[in-house]
Design a protein around this ligand. Structure first.
Ligand code: SAH
Length: 404
């Protein structure tokens, strides 16, 4: 059957010509043919000129996710080529077969709706859209041929699937089931990852470069200052920032998170790498908002504070509330940094722009009565590229601040 044709409203072609990957329902003038959900459609102007090709979902406000802007077939060899291109850009991160990194970053790798992460011998796939969900077995086969994992596990347990008319799904997609815990190596440190139940696909791979930065700063402190470094690692999850600090010789690492399971894994990760330094670490289950206030009233201070909260704004209408949350925790965090110390502060809310985030952090600083310098603007590592045509892809931002 011939591919259906979707005609764009006159005047609404521009984002498509600029290669933004989403076609919203309001931009659609007509659909000719009767595509099934997930089928490929050809997108044209009113005059029938080819614009792009993508997959269709009548249940989503994003009616088409575009795959190509050339009039070429999107067949098995097309998917093969795109996956190989994404994988090749990460070849330097493999560390043999032990490393953890993102292989496919969805829209940002021009494969809308598809996330693939690697943890050692296993791949974890998230099918975020109907078009990908329908093809996930085919994609798993291609990935298996390309990357030779022992198994591919699906973690499509993400709420945004409901906007696509999809249910949450998890399970083995290809090959062997993963073990309860996978040991992944990052910069020589071993991390246990629970790919079946952990957050996202098991680990915050996007913070790798920033963990490395923490390790560098701690190492620098150890060589230039007489006293030993203390780190307050807030929203610690499985303690990744803390372990990198410990590796560089931090004297005290305090991890705070609300999740008991995450903290248990954090403690096991310390024991796996530095059993002899375990007594330098604390794992505190609690609410960071309250913990910060208590620490301030006790007059505690640290050489370094890492503030890596979860996504406070799920969408644009939650931005206001998110900003007051960011302000509160940053205000207290500033007050906990020793003069001359470091604050690394992050936001992973896509709806909060880097500019806006910096403004809120500035507001928090002003209220804290402290002074600070931006030493670096932080973002995700190079396995999480952002397509220049897709600003929505830039969700993670942070600041390295020297606090005076
Ligand atoms: N820094 C971590 C990732 C943090 S993700 C890393 O590098 O791996 C956010 C974490 O915040 C999650 O582990 C979640 O359990 C925790 N969390 C969410 N709300 C919280 C709260 N109010 N207080 C403490 N922890 C919270």
């Amino acid at each position: 059957m011939a591919e259906a044709v979707l005609v764009i409203q006159p005047g609404r072609e521009k984002p498509i010509l600029h290669r933004h990957p989403w076609v919203f329902s309001r931009a659609v003038a007509a659909v000719y043919g009767s595509p099934e959900p997930g089928d490929l459609v050809t997108v044209t102007t009113q005059d029938g000129a080819f614009l792009a090709r993508g997959y269709w979902n009548p249940h989503s406000q994003i009616r088409v996710r575009l795959l190509t802007w050339q009039d070429e077939p999107v067949d098995e060899s097309w998917w093969q080529r795109m996956l190989a291109q994404a994988a090749a850009a990460r070849a330097h991160l493999s560390q043999g077969r032990t490393g953890g990194f993102r292989v496919v970053n969805a829209e940002n790798d021009f494969l809308p709706g598809l996330v693939v992460d690697r943890y050692g011998d296993f791949l974890v796939m998230q099918a975020l859209t109907l078009g990908i969900d329908r093809r996930k077995n085919q994609l798993a086969d291609i990935l298996a041929g390309l990357l030779q994992p022992d198994g591919i596990y699906e973690r499509s347990d993400v709420d945004i699937r409901s906007k696509e008319g999809l249910k949450l799904e998890t399970g083995v997609l290809w090959g062997q089931p993963p073990p309860e815990r996978i040991v992944m190596i990052e910069d020589g440190l071993r991390f246990q990852v629970d790919i079946r139940r952990g957050h996202k696909t098991g680990f915050y791979l996007d913070q790798r470069e920033n963990r490395r930065l923490v390790q560098e700063l701690v190492a620098r402190h150890q060589t230039t200052q007489s006293d030993d470094l203390s780190l307050l690692n807030l929203f610690s999850y499985t303690g990744s920032f803390g372990l990198h600090a410990l590796a560089a010789g931090a004297a005290r690492v305090i991890n705070v998170d609300s999740s008991r399971e995450a903290l248990e894994l954090a403690e096991q990760n310390v024991l796996l790498n530095y059993p002899e330094r375990a007594d330098r670490c604390k794992f505190i289950q609690g609410n960071v908002f309250r913990y910060l206030r208590d620490q301030v009233s006790e007059g505690q201070q640290y050489d370094m504070v890492v503030l890596d909260p979860p996504k406070f704004a799920q969408s644009a209408n939650q931005v206001e509330k998110a900003l007051s949350g960011y302000k509160d925790i940053n205000w207290n965090a500033f007050r906990l940094v020793k003069p001359g110390g470091w604050l690394l502060t992050f936001s992973c809310s896509g709806a909060v722009s880097p500019d806006l985030f910096q403004k809120v952090v500035f507001g928090a600083l002003a209220d804290s009565g402290r002074q600070a310098q931006v030493v670096r603007h932080l973002g995700p590592g190079d396995d999480h590229p952002v397509a220049l045509t897709f600003p929505e892809g830039a969700y993670l931002k942070g600041l390295l601040l020297r606090v005076l």
